[in-house]
Design a protein around this ligand. Structure first.
Ligand SMILES: [Zn+2]
Length: 239
């Protein structure tokens, strides 16, 4: 059930069937020279919708912005601060709670470490605020890596590489504009660099030339299955 397409009457009727909602969270961020800036949001929405076809649950309208550090200077990246993301998520979840939702899945298509830590921080604070809420913070990339066992060829693939290009080739082939060269950037350990593009010129982490539509289809199916398993576990939680 996609909240954005429902009427208020349909919404009320849906709440009688489930109190579970997925909030897809993405980013607006460069993804090499071949994938759209909205890639992370598209992927989170795709998997959320696939899960909603297997289980009775709501999918909230997506959050298109995230915390982007290493891609902040690449053309097209539009990020928000950690505090903004935390407050935004807390506001959205508080409103969902007030509407009656109790099982909340924060599903992030963007995998940045600071971004994910912010979602966990928001989730922990929400657990303290509402004693009968259950929250999962799921990094889609983790689902992709486990779904890709025996399928993916690129070790360490993470950004605009084999995984993301395969997924977009499957779900939105019209949005894939060719490919980008393989790239495996290296940032200095522990040091925050000012000129991020110097250390990551191409904006790819992995090898998009190994991508295929078939791999994307399989990844999508396996990821949706795993997400449904995790939601089932969340719904079984009692304290
Ligand atoms: Zn991405």
């Amino acid at each position: 059930m996609l909240i954005e397409n429902m009427t208020t009457t349909e919404f009320s009727a849906g709440l009688k069937k489930t109190r579970t909602v997925i909030v897809p969270i993405g980013s607006t961020e460069q993804h090499g020279i071949h994938l759209p800036l909205d890639t992370d949001t598209i992927q989170a929405v795709d998997i959320a919708q696939a899960a909603s076809e297997q289980r009775v649950l709501f999918v909230a309208p997506p959050v298109h912005y995230g915390v982007c550090r290493s891609t902040a200077q690449h053309p097209g990246t539009i990020g928000i601060r950690t505090l903004t993301l935390k407050l935004l998520i807390m506001d959205i979840v508080s409103s969902l709670y007030a509407q009656g939702f109790r099982h909340i899945v924060l599903l992030s298509g963007h995998a940045g470490t600071t971004h994910m830590a912010t979602l966990v921080d928001a989730g922990e604070e929400l657990l303290g605020l509402y004693s009968d809420i259950f929250i999962a913070v799921i990094k889609e990339y983790d689902l992709a890596v486990s779904a890709g066992k025996g399928l993916l060829e690129t070790p360490g693939d993470s950004h605009a590489g084999e995984i993301e290009t395969s997924r977009l080739l499957h779900s939105h082939p019209d949005l894939v504009k060719g490919t980008s060269p393989a790239e495996y950037p290296s940032f200095p350990q522990g040091i925050l660099v000012r000129d991020k593009q110097k250390y990551w010129p191409g904006g790819v982490w992995g090898d998009p030339t190994k991508a295929s539509r078939t791999k994307g289809k399989l990844l999508q199916q396996r990821m949706a299955d795993k997400l449904c398993e995790m939601i089932a576990e969340l719904e079984r939680m009692e304290t």
